[in-house]
Write a protein that binds this ligand. Structure first.
Ligand SMILES: [Zn+2]
Length: 305
């Protein structure tokens, strides 16, 4: 399977076989000019043209809301120009091979279920902590899409009813408290002068270093992230009684600071039956999880996984 993970900044791709071996892995950095529907098709088509002779299918993980019934990507916060983008149909007509698309957080959960921390669970939820917060629900070892395709949008669970306004239009979504955006916002509030001139992606790293060096305010920023994730996990566990939660994405690197708060909040709020044996684990596949998830979907077409 030619697997492509289309992120807001980086596009990762490679070929994965049924044994789970990843070959020809590459990363492309996308500029803002690359983000229109036309440019993305052009970029993807070049990658596909170069790799198609060696594969049976193509899988693309996408950070957006996918309406499965209509086979369109309705919109994507990382690609603001997209509107009802028929990415799958357009590529399939060009390539004459099966093309699969999946939400990137779902692909993450599927990948972790196959080769990562989700291997041991029949039912679990995957959570990605990046620029935004994504989620994927695995029930009976299969992704749960919901009625139309957008189940698992954990980032938009309400954790503060009157809290900060979210990009989705609502208020107090988890994404506003447990993403890199949240860390940057709180860092600007707490360390205004110290982080002046820092680029966005440098701020989280700087705060992490400060926390490691023992700075209480820096630690507090990550602990707050953990607090809100713990609340969301409690809601999920009370609803679904899953066996596990697998947490990945860039912000999970601050595990030592976020995990204690996650655990405290989750165990305090989850009912005693759902709490029993619930494991909250760090993801194992790093930046490759989405690629592995798309490999599973491609291989399933041929009953090889
Ligand atoms: Zn929201």
């Amino acid at each position: 399977v030619l697997c492509i993970d289309l992120g807001g900044t980086n596009l990762r791709y490679g070929i994965i076989n049924r044994r789970g071996e990843l070959k020809n892995f590459s990363i492309l950095t996308l500029s803002n000019d690359d983000k229109s529907e036309q440019s993305i098709i052009k970029i993807l088509w070049e990658i596909i043209r170069a790799g198609k002779a060696d594969v049976d299918s193509i899988g693309i993980a996408i950070p957006g809301f996918i309406y499965f019934d209509k086979d369109v990507v309705v919109s994507s916060p990382n690609f603001p120009d997209w509107r009802n983008f028929r990415i799958r149909k357009i590529l399939m007509e060009k390539v004459q091979l099966p093309v699969l698309v999946e939400n990137d957080a779902n692909a993450f959960a599927i990948g972790e279920a196959w080769k990562g921390a989700g291997k041991e669970f029949k039912n679990f939820v995957g959570i990605t902590l990046g620029t935004g917060v994504g989620g994927g629900i695995i029930l009976n070892r299969k992704i749960w899409h919901g009625s139309r395709g957008s189940a698992g949008e954990i980032g938009h669970i309400t954790v503060e009813p009157e809290g900060v306004k979210c990009n989705c239009g609502a208020r107090g979504c988890l994404e506003m408290f447990a993403s890199a955006q949240a860390v940057i916002r709180e860092a600007k509030r707490a360390f205004k002068n110290m982080i002046k001139g820092y680029k966005k992606d440098e701020i989280s790293k700087k705060i992490f270093e400060m926390a490691k060096a023992g700075d209480e305010d820096a630690k507090r920023i990550f602990e707050d992230v953990g607090y809100y994730i713990g609340i969301a996990i409690a809601d999920i566990a009370n609803l679904l009684n899953i066996e596990g939660v697998v947490i990945g994405g860039g912000l999970s690197n601050a595990w030592e600071f976020i995990y204690p708060a996650i655990k405290r909040e989750a165990s305090y709020r989850i009912n005693p039956v759902s709490r029993t044996g619930l494991k909250i684990l760090r993801a194992k596949l790093g930046d490759y999880a989405g690629l592995y998830g798309m490999a599973v979907l491609g291989l399933q077409l041929f009953k090889e996984c």
